[in-house]
Write a protein that binds this ligand. Sequence first.
Ligand SMILES: NC(=O)c1ccc[n+]([C@@H]2O[C@H](COP(=O)([O-])OP(=O)(O)OC[C@H]3O[C@@H](n4cnc5c(N)ncnc54)[C@H](O)[C@@H]3O)[C@@H](O)[C@H]2O)c1
Length: 358
Amino acid sequence: MLRIAVLPGDGIGNEVIQVGVDVLKALEEVTPGLEIAYEWLDYGAERYLRDGVGFPNDEREAIADRNDAIYLGAVGDPRVPGNEHAREIILETRFNLDLYVNLRPCKLLDARFCPLAGKGVDDVDFTVFRENTEGLYTGIGGIFKKGTADEVAIQSSINTRKGVERIIRTAYRFADEHGHGRVCMSDKSNALRYGHDLWMRVWKEVAAEYPKIESRHLYIDVLTMELVRHPEDFEVIVTSNLFGDIVTDLGAALQGGLGMAASANLNPERGIGMFEPVHGSAPDIAGQGKANPIAAVATTALMLQSLGRPAEARIVEAAVARALAENATTADLGGSSSTSQVRDFLVQTVRELSAGNT
Ligand SMILES: NC(=O)c1ccc[n+]([C@@H]2O[C@H](COP(=O)([O-])OP(=O)(O)OC[C@H]3O[C@@H](n4cnc5c(N)ncnc54)[C@H](O)[C@@H]3O)[C@@H](O)[C@H]2O)c1
């Protein structure tokens, strides 16, 4: 029995996560031995506004202990201008459960959706390993003389040997295990002479342990340029929290947009992961049936893979590929389907593909 805590969150999070769960339920119906228990969680803006509750640490710990994975939609609501609840739900979950790996596959499934002329599915297929618990996102800093002409704001970047080493090692291990020949580490060590000097030194040490893998280093500004010019040069990229955040949105654009991009937050040692589409709660289209559920559904494939169900993950991926090939897509991908029509297509396709598999 797999146990999944489902946290739809805000806005279109609710719409796309329901589609993901429906696809998982369709898989369960047709896959002997696949059983999933869902624990639905109502953390999000609504609860925060009503009870002042974001995602309390003790509840998070208990949820992580009794589940194998957390399946998150998106959080963010204009009624909570500071998005305090979102910090607790996303950032503090990453920090407190020590989900130090942010894994984001950037794979183009259909050349029509790539914004780059002349690039096809073989050209955009790389995985980014973003450090997920340190860097500039830890919230360490302060503001002095706020609101005055003399205001000073300090935001500190944290880089520890342990944190840098474990994400670089994870990227190399992944490359080794998945037959990838190239790993690129990206930082800004020419300007960030302390934090990223550490990245550079640790990377050289780890890279030396993998002589068969071609190791490359690019400053982050060069990486963004090279990803647009020659995405085919990249297989595995490892970088810091902020740079990974930015570069994976670029990756999402190369694979067809935010509606396509899936991600996993992992702690391989603890055995708990939080899986989420890369996009946000999209208040501009929430409740209108326009949300593209592909990213959320592709996220279930990542989750199944991580939970030891690779065959089922492949079925979900194949269903997504068929939806794209047959234009069963929402308007952001040029289609005319609503969220629920894409859902119906995916559920039906998963049933058909599973039947063909047995
Ligand atoms: N992981 C997260 O939960 C997460 C990530 C990013 C932003 N946010 C939050 O979401 C809220 C909105 O942020 P934003 O507008 O900058 O980013 P967003 O990703 O929500 O939306 C950006 C644009 O992409 C479109 N879009 C996004 N996902 C889509 C989908 N699945 N289908 C079709 N169109 C889609 C939106 O309509 C919008 O035009 C903010 O509160 C922000 O803080 C949350």
